[in-house]
Design a protein around this ligand. Structure first.
Ligand code: BG6
Length: 516
């Protein structure tokens, strides 16, 4: 929960912060409005934006879905969702009743233009009754196969930007944007028939996480890190996005996706881009996204013949998480009993530019690992000459860790003298934690991102050129993995560190993964 006014005043680090810019009046229209993401994340995000006074005074929230609901039923469902999932606890009166007046529902199928005419009528009604000024933010939170058909229907139903003479029209597209390079290009071709790039907001919720945004602040609001941020001082970089959850109820989707598509191509690649990009010329959306694109372009393509040497895949077997037994991936609902889908992926990438030549970036992500941890660890080179310490004193390399979740902070590992008459050296850590430091708990990523899209700030959304390049990078691995059965599956136990092949990937370079 964000700090109360008292908390802000009490914390000197938050004094004098400018108020947030409020968005224009607008309607936010959610496709897939009765789905899981809507209930768990999207509607609670809208509610909390309201609680934080971050919504414009004139707003409408319209749900569109196949279910045969009406406004009242939708409002009830959304209230239940807030009661169950909102970070601010159950809905409070009288605020909820006022918020509920801004909620409406259109029931319709995605292939029937008449339903989009109905939606248009609802939006025009909101413009008159709620003063939403003709501004529209569409949010595609449906299965990806519906993205292109919905965009087409928006156009046919007179809801595209070209038909909107009174206000702006934007669209947020959930991930995955395509399932491979060709399908991503095909989707882009369809979406861009109706929307310009500046109106398309491809969401990657990782970019809305506070510590991810802080990567840029750490690098470009300080003088001490950037001089070291290059091949002369950095030995290697590890980016980890480890989860303890399995595929839960999403076996049907996941079994056709796998860890490389689900996490590496988007979330992890975005982290890499932020950590490795050059300083942008300005802090605006395009200057930052230009640099992210440039660094992705500099990643050395993986030779198909070297996929096995430069990547590792795994699939979890039964095991235990936090002391509780959990089933193997192939026993999960809606997963094929002989599935060849990876639930763990690790990749070694090299960036061919002046800053990073020769520095390996090791990326990994997996489900059912020992702990939930997302972090970026920069390991610096070893000292050029050893002066102190007995032979028995290990002189560890310095490591800077940007902790993304569940801990949010920065930790610097360095060597220090052990107090006493002898010159013994031990590695110690200097830790900063956002929560205790600033006295706030970060808002969930979706709040930040929906708020940004309403304000027209695309900085934290992925531009098409980056999406396309990220697909190009993973395609050789994807092709190989799809076309060869991994006979070692299942090859790691739930609750472990991933498959042995992942350890070998680093061992070949004389390195080790950080423990998850
Ligand atoms: C989603 C993936 O994009 O990110 C999920 O589809 C994954 O499979 C999730 O569990 C992880 O997000 P977070 O915020 O929990 O790290």
């Amino acid at each position: 929960m964000t700090a109360t006014a008292g908390g802000v005043a009490a914390n000197p680090l938050r004094k004098g912060l400018a108020a947030n810019r409020i968005a224009d009046p607008c309607n936010v229209i959610f496709f897939g409005a009765t789905g899981d993401l809507m209930k768990r994340m999207l509607l609670p995000a809208m509610w909390n934006l309201r609680l934080e006074d971050m919504l414009p005074s004139n707003y409408g929230i319209v749900g569109f879905s196949r279910s045969d609901d009406d406004d009242e039923k939708f409002r009830e469902e959304m209230r239940k969702a807030v009661d169950e999932f909102s970070r601010s606890g159950p809905a409070k009166e009288p605020l909820w009743s006022d918020f509920a007046k801004h909620l409406s529902y259109v029931s319709g199928t995605f292939d029937d233009t008449n339903c989009f005419h109905k939606l248009r009528a609802q939006l025009e009604k909101n413009d008159k009754e709620l003063g939403t000024g003709g501004n529209r933010l569409f949010y595609l939170s449906t299965p990806p196969s519906l993205f292109a058909p919905i965009v087409d229907q928006l156009d046919k139903g007179g809801l595209g930007p070209r038909d909107n003479q009174t206000g702006w029209t934007r669209i947020i597209v959930e991930k995955p944007f395509g399932t491979d390079l060709d399908s991503a290009r095909a989707l882009q071709a369809e979406v861009s028939k109706v929307f310009d790039e500046k109106q398309i907001y491809r969401i990657d919720h990782y970019l809305g996480k506070e510590p991810v945004q802080d990567i840029m602040a750490l690098r470009f609001a300080n003088v001490i890190f950037e001089p070291l941020w290059n091949r002369r001082y950095v030995d290697s970089v590890q980016i980890t996005a480890a989860e303890t959850v399995g595929v839960e109820q999403r076996g049907g989707y996941y079994d056709n996706a796998g860890a490389l598509r689900d996490m590496i191509q988007n979330h992890v690649m975005n982290l890499l881009a932020l950590v490795a990009m050059e300083p942008p010329v300005a802090a605006d959306a395009d200057s930052i996204r230009d640099e992210k694109f440039k660094v992705l372009r500099a990643i050395r393509p993986i030779d198909r013949a070297r996929v096995t040497l430069e990547s590792a895949r795994g699939q979890y077997d039964a095991g235990s998480i936090a002391g509780k037994p959990v089933p193997g991936y192939r026993e999960e609902p809606n997963v094929r009993p002989d599935s060849n889908t990876e639930t763990f992926a690790a990749v070694k990438l090299l960036i061919d530019n002046w800053r990073w030549a020769g520095v390996p970036f090791y990326l990994r992500s997996g489900k059912r690992l020992a702990h939930k941890t997302s972090e970026i660890a920069i390991t610096f080179r070893s000292i050029p000459h050893r002066l102190f310490g007995d032979a028995g004193d290990a002189l560890d390399n310095n490591v800077l860790v940007m902790k993304i979740q569940p801990e949010e902070g920065i930790s610097l590992r360095f060597n220090a003298k052990v107090p006493g008459p002898k010159m013994h050296i031990r590695a110690v850590s200097m830790d900063f934690n956002y929560g205790t430091g600033f006295g706030v708990v970060s808002a969930p990523a979706y709040e930040r991102l929906i708020g940004d899209a309403m304000r027209g700030d695309a900085t934290l959304f992925t531009r098409w050129d980056a999406v396309e390049t990220a697909w190009q990078i993973v395609m050789p691995i994807l092709d190989k993995w799809q076309n060869t059965i991994d006979e070692s599956f299942s090859n790691y136990s739930a609750g472990g560190q991933g498959p042995p092949s992942s350890d070998r990937l680093l061992a070949m370079d004389g390195r080790e993964w950080r423990k998850i």
